[in-house]
Design a protein around this ligand. Structure first.
Ligand SMILES: NC(=O)c1ccc[n+]([C@@H]2O[C@H](COP(=O)([O-])OP(=O)(O)OC[C@H]3O[C@@H](n4cnc5c(N)ncnc54)[C@H](O)[C@@H]3O)[C@@H](O)[C@H]2O)c1
Length: 311
């Protein structure tokens, strides 16, 4: 597999490192020529400062797009039209309409399209997902997420809902294995150009609920979630990957290895490109997440719940 890395900023440099370790990195592209050169030289691959030049000169099977959200649609569309398998960082697109367009091109060209909903590869989420699926602790009723951080100064194009809360929107749908019927949100802005704190309530069938609380005010990094099942309560930390289970019989902390979710995510994209595995984040799921982010912003502006008909 020959994979190119587009965007080697704060996050994309991690993809480049892992792709190089896996022997799959074939070229680097970044609009900033100095960054393109630095990472091209670091990993001994060709480097480019535009997607056009990359496509003209390189033969490759797939691409990771790790550029700012506002550029995802144009970059991904160009690659899909050239029949490349494409991984786009989250959120897949800013507008759900753009996501639907990408989905259509990917279907027509029979290539893989996915997005960076990395928590699906977090071993803590996988463990809870397994318990929910097997109903070992009964039915999942409620989810609660906390994602807090100091404000990331370089993110100019979107606020906390599109940048941060989308992870938890996706994880809620993944754990419930369902889409919400209603979205209610409140958000506000203290220091950022867009909203920098938000609480979103997602209402699923049979009164199942996910509460997503995100802010760029807390000076430390918090990434936690709780899951309430009929027979147990799970408390988990996305960072330490620990899962604590409390039941009537006491507290249990199942043993598990800490693994790098990004490595698992990249391996899934490569295996899916080779036809060996299903892609875990299907593009229609990524479009749904963008739709819910749109609904959360609208709900917050209008002060009313937004009812959705998602598939
Ligand atoms: N999955 C996660 O946990 C996670 C974490 C952080 C960021 N992200 C996502 O990754 C993406 C990038 O975020 P970041 O923090 O690395 O941003 P960044 O600003 O640090 O890096 C973006 C890079 O893209 C380059 N770039 C911009 N437009 C380009 C274009 N048209 N073609 C090629 N290169 C271009 C810039 O020069 C820059 O080097 C965003 O979509 C963000 O939401 C995901």
């Amino acid at each position: 597999m020959k994979i190119v890395q587009i965007g080697v900023g704060g996050f994309g440099k991690n993809h480049a490192r892992i792709l190089s370790q896996l022997g799959a990195l074939s070229a680097i592209c970044d609009a900033d020529p100095a960054k393109a050169k630095e990472f091209g030289e670091r990993y001994s691959v060709n480097h480019y400062s535009s997607v056009g030049a990359l496509l003209e000169r390189e033969q490759f099977d797939g691409a990771f797009v790790c550029t700012p959200t506002s550029t995802h649609f144009e970059v991904a569309r160009t690659l899909l039209e050239k029949k490349k398998n494409v991984f786009v960082e989250k959120p897949m697109t800013y507008l759900s309409r753009e996501g639907e367009d990408l989905l259509e091109i990917a279907r027509k060209n029979k290539v893989i399209l996915t997005s960076g909903y990395i928590e699906r590869f977090n071993p803590a989420v996988s463990l809870v997902k397994e318990y929910v699926k097997t109903k070992r602790y009964g039915e999942l009723i409620m989810l609660e997420f906390h994602r807090e951080n100091r404000m990331p100064l370089h993110i100019k194009d979107v606020g906390i809902i599109y940048d941060t809360a989308v992870h938890d929107i996706d994880t809620a749908m993944w754990l419930f294995d369902d889409v919400p019927e209603v979205v209610f949100a409140r958000s506000g802005r203290l220091k950022h150009d867009h909203e920098d704190f938000a609480t979103i309530m997602l209402g699923f069938k049979e009164n199942r609920i996910a509460i997503i609380s995100s802010n760029w005010i807390t000076p430390i990094r918090v990434r936690k979630f709780n899951a309430v099942c009929t027979d147990a309560i799970f408390s988990s930390d996305f960072i330490t990957q620990e899962v604590k289970i409390e039941t009537d019989n006491g507290t249990e902390i199942p043993r598990k290895n800490v693994e790098e979710p990004l490595l698992l995510e990249i391996k899934n994209f490569i295996a899916a490109s080779e036809g060996k595995e299903e892609i875990r984040v299907r593009p229609e799921h990524a479009v749904n997440t963008t739709r819910i982010a749109e609904a959360a912003l609208l709900s917050s502006q209008k002060g009313t719940p937004i009812y959705l008909e998602l598939k």
